[in-house]
Design a protein around this ligand. Structure first.
Ligand code: SF4
Length: 385
């Protein structure tokens, strides 16, 4: 047991948190408000936990799209304005009746044994509050009140949840959370891509599942803070999409157990933001208004682990790809190949090992490369790669 009571530890924790906030504000540069991390960004961050560059820039709330523009490698990543507008219109349509249609879909897809969500059984508390911390506290209170009202359905429209990511808090806003009559919680994700004959594009469903898994993890943290209530966060989320290109909603239950455990493991592997910041050269700032050479030096001072998957997940992908290619890094060729090559990290090292100039012949990777080079030479009549 600690010699310090909790009340004595609190101010020290607050001081550390304030110090970190100041340090992160310095890294963003003056007059740049933090860009909040959303679940989509968190799922992408969890997909590349070895990338310190992304962990630091996301943790500090740096606007990576502006940095990419300033570096001359604008990103093609992100949703189009048209898709965003279409998604907002569909979401408003699905929730327009106070959530009763949406609750009907949740009842039908994941909780058919519960009483139907008739208007007398439905609660929809107001979740408005000041600032993300206030909204997070209001959501936690609404969830507790819902659990203490068994037999009713509670519809939480755009609740706010907090999740600790590499030592800094991320505030997350699911489309909706439903509290069932048995007190369990379900995440509802509303998307604008169509569900045709009950099935949607598998890659888009996968992305929605990864995003929802982040919400499930954040809800589990809320549930852990009310152990007396014995809350169960359901591991099947409800995905709502337009039905067959109409604006009528269709829903399906998606099991996110695998995505939840992968994301949890990956988020735990992230290096703490303050540790990455401590290793930076003094005076490093990620201000998009810096001259390009200074900004490039700042970005390059943080190690990155580029992989082709970054192209679909990170605003800095073109910049990192160019640098990975310049360095001849094998990560640019894809993670599976990188894993096969063991300690050989550049194309030059791989070629030298394949041609017998370096490497231990007893190493299975080196032996396989030499065999491949020999077969290639034979096939091409002695021409060398
Ligand atoms: S694009 Fe660059 S910063 Fe973004 S995740 Fe990939 S390596 Fe990291």
């Amino acid at each position: 047991m600690s010699e310090f009571p909790d009340s004595a530890r609190q101010p020290r924790r607050r001081t550390a948190a304030t110090g970190l906030r100041h340090r992160l504000a310095e890294l963003r540069g003056p007059d740049h408000p933090p860009r909040p991390l959303d679940a989509r960004a968190l799922a992408a961050l969890a997909a590349n936990p070895g990338c310190r560059r992304r962990a630091l820039l996301d943790g500090a709330g740096v606007d990576k799209a502006r940095i990419a523009d300033a570096l001359g490698s604008p990103s093609s990543f992100g949703q189009s304005q048209f898709a965003l507008a279409r998604g907002n219109v569909f979401e408003a349509r699905v929730k327009s009746d106070g959530g009763s249609e949406l609750l009907g879909l949740v009842h039908a897809r994941v909780d058919g044994v519960a009483p139907e969500p008739t208007p007398d059984l439905v609660r929809a508390p107001d979740l408005s509050a000041i600032g993300p911390e206030g909204r997070t506290a209001r959501t936690a209170l609404a969830l507790r009140e819902a659990v203490e009202s068994p037999g009713t359905w509670t519809f939480l429209d755009h609740p706010m949840l907090a999740l600790d990511v590499a030592g800094s808090p991320a505030f997350l806003e699911p489309d909706a959370v439903v509290v069932h009559p048995d007190g369990s919680w379900t995440v509802v994700e509303i998307k604008s891509f169509p569900m045709i004959d009950g099935a949607a594009d598998a890659s888009k469903v996968g992305a929605a599942a990864r995003q929802s898994a982040v919400y499930v993890l954040a809800l589990e943290e809320v549930a852990a803070r009310m152990p007396d209530a014995g809350v169960r966060v359901r591991d099947r989320i409800v995905l709502v999409c337009p039905k067959n290109f109409s604006n009528l909603p269709a829903a399906s239950a998606v099991d996110v157990r695998k995505q939840r455990s992968v994301t949890r493991r990956q988020l735990e592997r992230l290096t703490r933001v303050e540790d990455i910041a401590a290793a930076l050269p003094p005076g490093t700032v990620f201000d998009p208004e810096l001259p390009p050479a200074e900004l490039t030096a700042a970005v390059e001072s943080v190690p990155a682990t580029y992989a082709p998957e970054c192209l679909a997940a990170c605003e800095l992908a073109f910049h990192c790809r160019d640098h990975a290619r310049e360095e001849g890094a094998v990560t640019a060729l894809g993670r599976p190949l990188r894993a096969e090559l063991g300690s050989l990290t550049t194309v030059d090292e791989v070629l030298a090992a394949a041609h017998g100039e370096t490497g231990d012949p007893a190493d299975p990777t080196v032996a396989a490369l030499r065999r491949a080079a020999q077969l290639r030479d034979e096939a091409l009549g002695g021409a060398r790669c």
